[in-house]
Design a protein around this ligand. Sequence first.
Ligand code: UDX
Length: 439
Amino acid sequence: MAKKIAVIGTGYVGLVTSVGLSDFGNYVVGVDINAKIVDKLNGGTPTIFEHGLEEYLQRNLKTKRLSFTTDIDSALKSAEIVFLAVGTPPKDDGSADLTQIQTVVQSIAKNINAFQVIVTKSTVPVGTNRWIEKQLTAAAPGKDFAVVSNPEFLREGKAVQDFFHPDRIVLGCESDLAREYMEDVYRALNLIHVPVVWCNLETAELIKYASNAFLATKITYINQMANLAEAVGADIHVVARSMGMDGRISPKFLHPGPGYGGSCFPKDTKAIAATGDEFGVDMSVIKEVVRANEKQKARVADRLAFLTGTVKGKTICVLGLAFKAETDDVRESPALTIVERLLELGAVIHAHDPEAMANFRFYLGEQPGDQIRYFDTSLEAAVGADALLIVTEWNEYRNLDLESIRERMRGDVIYDTRNVLDADKARDLGFTYAGIGRS
Ligand code: UDX
C-alpha cells in the first residue's frame, strides 16, 4: 500500500528521493527550511541541475502526490515514514558533522504520535543510526518507532536514472513492521528485479562507506598507474581497458584524470578513516588514497608549468570547472585546487564551463584584479591563451573546433587531463599536446 512519507532536506539526495518515491505511488512531502527553495519546487522548477528531474517533478506535483513545505511539524505529524536527507558536512578532523541530523531527530521526537519509521538516507558514520535510536528513545519515551538505514548510491548527473534503476537497495532494518513498510515503499522496483540487501544498521552504514572508499581507491590507483605510464612510455587507456577485461576488475572507474572530487568521495574517505581512528583500526590504505588524490590535483598545475616553461604572466584557458561532466556542482572540484594554484603562480585564467561557472565563481571567491575571467563559450575563452587546460570531460570539449582554437590562441600548449581530445589531430594542427597517462 502507498505510504505517507516526509523527506527532510531537499538537496541532491532529498529532492531526487522525494520525486522518485512519489513516482512510485507514495504520498511525499519534501521539507526544507528555505522558503525560496520550497516555493521554487512547488512551482515545478528543480533547484539542482539534473537530467530528467524537471519532468518527474512536474509530473508528480500534478498528481498531488508530491508537495514541498517549510512546516516540518505538520509534515512529521502526518508521516508514516520519515526520510532523513539533511547534510552531514565534514568537520576539520574529517569526521561528519551531525548537527542537522540531531535537530531533525528532536523535531521527530516532538511530533511522533503513532508508529513511525525513521529512514536515514544521508551518509552518516557507522553507529549513527544506533545513536538516533537511543536519542529518540530518550526524547520520546514509550513512543513506537523503528530506525532504518537506507544509504543512497546516486551519482550526480545520473541521479534520476540511478534512482529508478539502482544496482541494489540496501536496508539496515531490524524491525519486522518497518520491513513491511519499506517493502511497500520500494515495491515498484520489484518489477525490474532490483536486489534488496537486508542487514543490521551498522552493516548498511558500512556498505556505503566501503563502496565509496573502494571506488575512490580504484580511481587513485589508475591515476598513479597513469602517471607511471607517462614516465615509462605506456598508454594508460590500453592498460586500463585490458585490466577491465578481467571480470574480477571490471572496466568501470578506471578513467584517469585530475583526481576525484564531488560531494561524496572526498568526504566519505576522510570520514571512514576517522572512524578507523576512533575504533583503533588501521585504515592506512584509505588515508593514503586521500593523500595521493591531493597530490594528483596539485600535479596538474605543476605539469602545466613544466609544459609552458612557466605559468607566471601566462594566460591559461581552463575548460571545465565542475567536478565531473553533466553537473553544475563544483564541490571539491579538482578545478578549484588547480585554478587556485595557477593564480598563486601568477597565471591569468580564462575560464569556461557549460553549467558550473556561477557556482565556481561563488566557491573560488573574489579574486584581485582581472586575474580570472569567465567566458560564455570555449572559443571566446581561448582568445589570447598561451595554454589550454581541460579539467572536466564535458562532451562539448570532445568535439572542440581545434583549428579555430589554434587561430585564437597565442601559444600552442594543450594539457588534456581527461584525454577527451584526439591527440594526433591536435599535434597535426601544431599543438604541443599532453594528455594523462600517455607519453
Ligand atoms: C559518487 C558515487 O558514485 C555514488 O554512488 C555516491 O552516491 C556519491 O558519490 P558522484 O560524486 O556523483 O557519485 O560522482 P562519480 O561519478 O562517482 O565521480 C566521482 C569523482 O570521481 C568525479 O570527480 C569523477 O570525475 C571521478 N572519476 C570517476 C574519475 O576520475 N575516474 C573514473 O573512472 C570515475
